[in-house]
Design a protein around this ligand. Structure first.
Ligand code: NAD
Length: 475
């Protein structure tokens, strides 16, 4: 086999693509991974959106801003006081950049260990599983593969009347790299990015207004969870305008002047920065040459079956560029599945047990169906819930907000969904995912010993509460 022939060529080194490449190499397949992302230092960087401008850097800033907020707002109850607390934004952003570099470099090291060949440049699928790579200097080379995995990810959606200029009107990447705290920050879209990055700058002192087109807050989440979260965000001073449609965003000097139609008619808002976070779209532009046999749907996503096969021989697609939620862990598992299928093994992903997490304060997490979905699907169900205010560990941590709610089938008791809002629920949801993956019932979780005192007792008590036998609350 010549150097430029591979068993597997992956286009995209985000969490879907790099995981697929590592798994394929582990299974003994000669693997290459192509990526075109350039880091802040101008050098090629692996890891895609998640590591460079998504999951990891946002968590770094969420943690820094949380520490600052606690120091200035909540440490008083512990008897801790600090004078002249200040945030140095360049130091905070520098810490974030160091973490990003550590992890993107970590993928390069993992590629080396696993003998995955990394190529830098824009990959394009040609007919017959050839992959053309165009480097930053315009030079081209072509790889031949038995299998190609497309993992090209997604890009932020741009509003035609509020185009990104990178300075005043910014996307998620821009909001991770501000030089100082904007006095007034406008956010379009109360989705995952709007809430997480809006929280970061609010905690650091910005006056944050989030404008959301839909009339309901967090429509994808359980209604009670959304209600509790909305109440907590309002307490934090995060202003969220629902049912508000932006019609104009004009940059005037160093300000952005917004016009939007709200519940009470047209409104104006002047901000210093505007973050547009109205969703992302699959990135497939220039990725597919004519005659590859791969098709895209009306939203530009690569069409695949339940095994992420495109229908063209040896061509697969995973992650944000295909149907399903745009979540790193969903893309990674699809990548593993495809690598295993290529290696002749069984590959599988259960779309019904993919956890969702929003890293606000309190955190929001869920897995499975909401009550509204059970009703819409005519599934008979019962619920049990338990508040963190009655959990000793949560109160000792000064984190009493939120609850765990479990939904189980009314006849079989099988867990259909679990909805959590509160401290560390990003971790607690894992137990619920495992229970659902094992087709567990609420009684299964109710009979399992949970350590005391821990936050996980809220999951235990919610399971007990399904059968109206919670111990630490009335039933
Ligand atoms: P999103 O889909 O989560 O939210 C976008 C919001 O913008 C929606 O509520 C939508 O109703 C609103 N919107 C759309 N057009 C609008 C308009 N013209 N005016 C006002 N509001 C408008 O999208 P996002 O927050 O941009 O995130 C993009 C993707 O990245 C999502 O799929 C998300 O799952 C993923 N992501 C996940 C995480 C996480 O898992 N914690 C974090 C960040 C991003």
């Amino acid at each position: 086999m010549s150097e430029q022939n591979f068993d597997v060529v992956v286009i995209g080194a985000g969490p879907a693509g790099y995981v697929a490449a590592i798994r394929a190499a582990q299974l003994g397949l000669k693997t290459a991974c192509v990526d075109m992302f350039t880091g802040k230092d101008g050098k090629a960087a692996l890891g895609g959106t998640c590591l460079n401008v998504g999951c990891i850097p946002s968590k770094a800033l969420l943690d820094s801003s949380r520490q600052f907020h606690n120091l200035t707002h909540t440490f008083g109850v512990h008897g801790i006081s600090a004078r002249d607390a200040a945030i140095d934004v360049p130091t905070m952003v520098g810490r974030k950049d160091k973490i990003v570099k550590q992890f993107t470099g970590g993928i390069a090291a993992l590629f080396k260990q696993n003998k995955v060949s990394a190529f830098f440049g824009k990959g394009r699928l040609l007919p017959n599983r050839q992959v053309e790579i165009t480097a930053a200097d315009g030079s081209k080379q072509t790889l031949a593969a038995s299998n190609v995995i497309l993992a090209t990810g997604s890009v932020p959606i741009e509003l035609p009347f509020a185009k990104f200029d990178g300075k005043h009107i910014i996307d998620n990447a821009g909001a991770l790299d501000l030089a100082d705290v904007p006095k007034r920050l406008g956010v379009i879209g109360a989705g995952v990015i709007g809430l997480e990055l809006g929280s970061v700058w609010k905690r650091l002192g910005s006056d944050v207004t989030i404008i959301e087109a839909l009339p309901d807050f967090l429509a994808a989440a359980d209604a009670e969870v959304a209600k509790t979260a909305a109440r907590e965000f309002a307490k934090q001073g995060l202003k969220i305008e629902l049912g508000a449609k932006l019609s104009k965003a004009e940059i005037k000097g160093n300000e952005v002047h917004l016009t939007y139609a709200g519940k009470d008619g047209d409104k104006q808002l002047v901000v210093d920065k505007l973050l547009v976070a109205v969703g992302r779209r699959a990135y497939t532009q220039g990725v597919l040459a004519d005659g590859t046999g791969v098709s895209t749907d009306e939203r530009g996503r690569i069409v695949v079956d339940e095994h992420c096969w495109t229908g063209a021989e040896g061509v697969w697609a995973v992650g944000d560029c295909v149907r399903g939620p745009m979540l790193a862990h969903k893309g990674s598992e699809e990548g593993v599945m495809v690598a295993e299928l290529i290696a002749g093994k069984a590959g599988h992903i259960n779309m019904d047990t993919i956890p969702w997490v929003i890293y606000t304060e309190p955190e929001i997490a869920w897995v499975g169906k909401t009550e509204a979905q059970c009703k819409a699907d005519n599934i008979p169900y019962k619920t049990g819930s338990f508040p963190f205010a009655a959990i000793g560990r949560a109160v000792a941590m000064n984190e009493p907000a939120g609850f765990v709610k479990m939904i189980a089938h009314a006849e079989t008791d099988r867990i259909l969904g679990v909805h959590l809002v509160g401290a560390n629920v990003s971790e607690l949801v894992a137990e619920c995912v495992v229970a659902m993956e094992f087709k567990g019932s609420s009684e299964d979780l109710a009979r399992i010993v949970h350590a005391h005192p821990t936050l996980s007792e809220a999951v235990h008590e919610a399971a007990l509460s399904v059968d109206k036998r919670a111990i630490h609350k009335g039933n």
